[in-house]
Design a binder for this molecule. Structure first.
Ligand SMILES: [Zn+2]
Length: 242
C-alpha cells in the first residue's frame, strides 16, 4: 500500500507542475487576448460610428437640398408679390412665404446641429482608426513575443501529461478518481502526512485507532475531516529524507 501512496504522491507532484504550467500558459495568452478584445471593441465602435456618419451625411444632404428648394420657392413667391391684385391674395401669399421661411429656419437649425455632432464624430473616427492601426501592430508584436514561450509551455505540458498517464495507469481507478476530486477541492494537496497523531493537511487530531492503522500501511486511509489520503513516515526515515 505504501507503493500506491508513493504513486499518488508522484501524481500530486506532476499535477501541481501541470497546474502551474497551465496557469502560466493562460496568463500569457491572456495578454494577447486582452489586446485582441480591445481591438475588436474599437473596430465595433468604428463600424457603428462610420455607419451613423453615413446616415447623418445623407440626411444632411437631403436637408440642404430642401433648404435650397425652399429658397427658390420663397424667391418665386416674393416675385409674385408684385403681381397681386387684392388684399386677400396678398395675405395668402405673405402667409405662404412666412411658412416657407419657418421651414427653412428649422432646416438650418437641423443642419447646424448635425454639423456640430459631425466634428466630434470625425475626431472620434480618426482616433479609433489610429488606435486600431496601433493595436494591430501591438498585437502582432505580442503574438510574436510570446510564441516561443507558448511553444515551450505546451511542449512541457505535453511531456508532463505523458508522465502523468504512466503513473496514473498503475493506480486503482477508484482511488485515482477519489484522488482527483480531493486534489481539485483541496487546493492541490490530496496526500497528507499523518504526524504526531495529527493530519498535516488540515491539522485535525486523528482518532488513535486510525493513526495506528495508518502507520501499518495495510490499506489506504483518509482523513475523516478533510478526506485527504494519509500516510505515515518513520521518524528516522523522515529525518534522513529531510
Ligand atoms: Zn485532514
Amino acid at each position: 500500500m505504501r507503493e500506491e501512496i508513493n504513486r499518488l504522491m508522484d501524481l500530486q507532484i506532476i499535477d501541481r507542475q501541470l497546474q502551474e504550467l497551465e496557469q502560466s500558459l493562460s496568463s500569457i495568452a491572456g495578454r494577447v487576448d486582452q489586446l485582441r478584445d480591445e481591438n475588436q471593441k474599437n473596430q465595433t465602435e468604428l463600424d457603428r460610428l462610420t455607419e451613423h456618419d453615413k446616415e447623418i451625411t445623407a440626411a444632411r444632404k437631403k436637408a440642404e437640398r430642401e433648404l435650397a428648394e425652399g429658397e427658390v420657392r420663397i424667391r418665386n413667391k416674393r416675385m409674385r408679390l408684385t403681381l397681386v391684385r387684392n388684399d386677400k391674395e396678398l395675405q395668402a401669399l405673405t402667409h405662404e412665404i412666412e411658412s416657407l421661411k419657418e421651414t427653412n429656419q428649422r432646416l438650418e437649425t437641423e443642419l447646424l446641429t448635425s454639423m456640430e455632432g459631425a466634428d466630434v464624430r470625425t475626431a472620434r473616427i480618426k482616433e479609433l482608426t489610429e488606435a486600431i492601426a496601433k493595436g494591430r501592430v501591438d498585437l502582432a508584436a505580442a503574438e510574436k513575443e510570446i510564441a516561443a514561450e507558448v511553444e515551450e509551455l505546451k511542449s512541457n505540458i505535453g511531456k508532463r501529461r505523458k508522465a502523468r498517464e504512466k503513473v496514473a495507469e498503475n493506480v486503482d481507478a477508484g482511488l485515482l478518481s477519489r484522488y482527483q476530486m480531493i486534489f481539485s477541492r483541496r487546493a492541490g494537496v490530496a496526500v497528507a502526512l499523518a504526524k504526531g497523531g495529527t493530519c498535516q493537511g488540515c491539522r485535525m487530531r486523528l482518532p488513535p485507532q486510525l493513526y495506528n492503522e495508518i502507520q501499518k500501511h495495510l490499506q489506504i486511509h483518509f482523513c475523516p475531516n478533510c478526506q485527504r489520503v494519509l500516510y505515515y513516515e518513520e521518524p528516522a526515515a523522515e529525518k534522513a529524507s529531510s
